[in-house]
Write a protein that binds this ligand. Structure first.
Ligand SMILES: [Zn+2]
Length: 125
């Protein structure tokens, strides 16, 4: 059976009624629902990200390591939201792959230039 109450916008509540009652959980005890809602709200911690240590944009693996290590510490101390820390971790992983790729490309370019000179006889070793 459907709950016979109405939602805030005047439509019929779509939730199932509690067995043997005309209303759903929320509508059979609105005070209780408000209480649960308020508790959920206060449990949500507000994080002041401006208080976190500032880092310049990471340019290499060492920079990345510092930010990641600091984030690990911050999330363990409850200074930063786990979701934000997760995002930082994910992006750090992407950036690390890009750094590795870039370093590889640079080395390859240098090796190719060296080989070119070697083939033309400009270099002997
Ligand atoms: Zn209801």
């Amino acid at each position: 059976m459907r709950c016979s109450s109405q939602t805030r916008n005047g439509q019929r509540c779509k939730a199932a009624a509690l067995s043997g009652q005309p209303y759903c959980f929320l509508h059979s005890a609105p005070e209780k629902a408000r209480e649960v809602g308020a508790r959920g709200g206060s449990r949500r911690k507000v994080f002041d990200l401006s208080k976190l240590k500032d880092f310049p944009t990471a340019k290499n693996a060492t920079d990345l390591m510092e930010v990641t290590a600091q984030t690990l510490s911050d999330v363990r101390k409850g200074k930063i939201d786990a979701k934000v820390a997760n995002a930082i971790g994910g992006l750090a992983g992407v950036l690390m792959k890009l750094f590795e790729h870039t370093t590889f490309e640079e080395r390859l370019t240098r090796l190719e230039a060296f080989r070119e000179e070697y083939v033309r006889g400009k270099r002997t070793h």
